[in-house]
Design a binder for this molecule. Structure first.
Ligand code: 4NP
Length: 150
């Protein structure tokens, strides 16, 4: 799961999918990363933490990290939130195989529409809830896809 700061959207997506994977008794690695070094090592945004907690998802242990080329080797799917994240990820992709792993997370629900998950950082608490709900249904679709592929 990739966004810009790795403190709002991608930690939410990571926490949501991890919970669904655990509840389904599956064994799948899920992680998140961003692209700005000034948030490296930071916890998730307090609004992301409290929104997630409202829905039973724990983000209290999150530490922001940076997306690197190695992520292409470690993961089968790389989900981005918006066009800027897509460009950031693709700017360090090495070949077609890397490129093929990357997609907008909302394309799991609306294939090919390239809908974005809006950045809630400069928004209000309700923007975090809106983002949470988008990511929740996208992660339902990802879970179904994982089950089909098992
Ligand atoms: P995120 O939100 O990409 O969803 O983690 C942001 C967090 C921090 C900043 C931008 C977006 N920032 O510019 O510091």
């Amino acid at each position: 799961m990739v966004c810009l700061g790795n403190i709002c959207r991608s930690p939410l997506a990571e926490g949501i999918l991890k919970k669904k994977i655990k509840d389904a008794n599956l064994n799948v690695e899920v992680a998140s990363a961003g692209f700005v070094s000034y948030h490296q090592g930071d916890p998730a945004d307090r609004r992301a933490i409290s929104t997630a907690a409202q829905f039973g998802v724990d983000l209290s242990k999150h530490k922001a990290s940076i997306f690197t080329k190695k992520c292409f080797d470690l993961f089968d799917y790389i989900y981005v939130m918006d066009e800027a994240n897509l460009n950031d990820v693709l700017s360090i992709s090495r070949d077609k195989e890397d490129h093929k792993k990357v997609d907008f997370i909302m394309n799991e629900l609306y294939p090919g529409e390239n809908r974005i998950v809006p950045d809630p950082y400069y928004g209000e608490a309700e923007d975090f809830v809106h983002v949470y709900k988008m990511l929740d249904i996208a992660c339902d679709a990802i879970l179904e896809k994982i089950k089909r592929e098992k």
